[in-house]
Design a binder for this molecule. Structure first.
Ligand SMILES: [Zn+2]
Length: 343
């Protein structure tokens, strides 16, 4: 039995592509629920990133799959183009190899038999659900919502399409589960997102050392550090719920190892109690872990660097999109202000 994460693309405020009065988010949710039913009928453990009309960011979806320990990840989408002529089915993968390629080859060929133009397998290293999932992953682009013929096929052959996608996933996970390499993990039944509870406010407390420890700061009440052109050399950080993982890039050592904190840090332990090695901190990377069973939250943080009095654009977890690098700071100039909060 494999643990399979099914991701209906978009959702909530994000409709995805729109065409002929239909919304991508609705078409793909229908598919995901049907494919999930087929797969669970075969005894597999299905985890949905969403099973109703809610929005979650791609990095949250990838993180959920990672935290769930999924063996395979499949993201369901419908394609769109400015030209109404564009049509066909394609599979997107991070790399054409292993389980993802097995799944793509099968699904591409079977979709062609159903009447879709076969657009083949495309490599996409820039998509978060493909590049931030730790397990093999595919993204199905199930015909163009901007093409009348593809929509007609989608509706007329919906059940056959769902069976093809389910079988493609089964092929991908087949070897590891059937031939039993000992890698099958027993995991608790996943909690559908709609059953997740609101975590409520999470307090993020942090404290910075320049030539001395400054008072602890909560969230955006203030910022940590001494201010303009005084290098921050250590940072203590903790959260009132869940845990936070952090690492800093220092003048002396580059990236230091990750440390994880729950509801306290320890300024008396400069090795494992706080982040830093005593030299100037040039960048920081943080990641927030939401407690199990709750809607995901993320750490938001920003820094100001020497010679620059204003904050850089904020960073969210270790995301690399929307102008974010995955960390805060430029690895050249020291941080002189630091601020973090959870939302
Ligand atoms: Zn999409």
């Amino acid at each position: 039995m494999a643990k399979i994460c099914l991701d209906a693309g978009h959702g909530g405020r994000d409709s995805g592509a729109v065409g002929f009065g239909r919304l991508e988010k609705d078409d793909v949710l229908r598919m995901v629920l049907r494919v999930g039913t087929i797969l669970s009928g075969k005894g597999h453990n299905i985890y949905y990133t969403r099973d109703d009309d809610i929005y979650e960011s791609p990095i949250t979806k990838a993180t959920e799959a990672n935290n769930a320990g999924a063996d395979f990840f499949a993201s369901f989408h419908r394609n769109s183009a400015a030209s109404a002529e564009a049509s066909g089915y394609e599979t997107l993968v991070y790399a054409i190899a292993d389980k993802a390629a097995v799944c793509a080859d099968y699904v591409n060929a079977e979709m062609e038999k159903l009447g879709f133009r076969n657009r083949g397998t495309k490599t996409r290293t820039d998509l978060t659900v493909l590049n931030s999932t730790k397990m093999q992953a595919v993204l199905f682009e199930t015909g163009f919502i901007s093409n009348a013929n593809d929509n007609a096929l989608f509706d007329a052959k919906f059940e056959a399409i769902c069976n093809v996608l389910a079988n493609g996933i089964l092929k991908a996970v087949g070897d590891s589960t059937v031939s039993g390499g000992g890698s099958v993990q027993v995991t608790p039944t996943p909690i559908p997102p709609s059953n997740k509870k609101e975590l409520g406010h999470v307090d993020c407390t942090y404290q910075c050392y320049t030539d001395r420890w400054w008072a602890p700061v909560h969230n955006q009440d203030d910022w940590g550090g001494k201010g303009d052109d005084y290098a921050i050399r250590y940072i203590g950080i903790c959260v009132s719920k869940g845990s936070i993982k952090g690492r800093v890039y220092t003048r002396k050592s580059g990236w230091l190892p990750w440390l994880t904190f729950t509801n306290s840090y320890n300024t008396n332990d400069l090795v494992n109690g706080v982040l830093g090695d005593g030299s100037e901190i040039l960048a920081i990377e943080l990641y927030y872990y939401t407690p199990d069973g709750y809607m995901y939250k993320e750490v938001h943080y920003r820094v100001s660097v020497e010679g620059n009095s204003s904050f850089y654009t904020k960073q969210v977890d270790n995301q690399k999109s929307d102008g974010m690098d995955g960390y805060a700071g430029d690895k050249k100039r020291f941080l002189d202000k630091f601020q973090a909060w959870i939302e």
